[in-house]
Design a protein around this ligand. Structure first.
Ligand SMILES: [Zn+2]
Length: 128
């Protein structure tokens, strides 16, 4: 059990980045319905850890969070398996979520705007 206040915003950013990979894994491992339900809760404002726990998802984002900005060692099995990249926190685009997660991103090589997987929306270009 992680007694958690704080840090959840980072988990939201992590989920924002990792959702496409998690969704692919969910399809393979037959927990897509759980993931969908958890994401719906997150969109509705439920903290990420709580939403995942409520739907018995086999994702330990909190453990991965102990690695702070990069998750490159000692990760829980599933995240290892997925070979998830560190969350990007630089770039001109910010998350469209409410509240926004601290994730930042940049257009891809083809110039496509980055999308927030949680919100299902294009990320917002900040004029700095
Ligand atoms: Zn986001």
């Amino acid at each position: 059990m992680s007694a958690g206040s704080g840090g959840d915003v980072d988990l939201t950013a992590r989920l924002c980045v990792e959702l496409p990979k998690l969704a692919a894994a969910a399809d393979r491992h037959r927990w897509a319905h759980k993931l969908d339900a958890a994401i719906a809760d997150v969109r509705a404002g439920t903290p990420v850890t709580q939403a995942l726990a409520a739907h018995h998802l086999p994702i330990d984002l909190a453990a991965a969070h102990n690695g702070q900005d990069q998750i490159s060692r000692g990760d829980p099995g599933l995240l290892d398996e997925l070979n998830i990249d560190p969350v990007t926190v630089t770039g001109a685009y910010t998350c469209p979520g409410t509240p926004p997660c601290p994730r930042r991103a940049q257009p891809d090589a083809d110039g496509h705007e980055p999308r927030c997987a949680i919100q299902g929306k294009t990320m917002i270009l900040r004029s700095r």
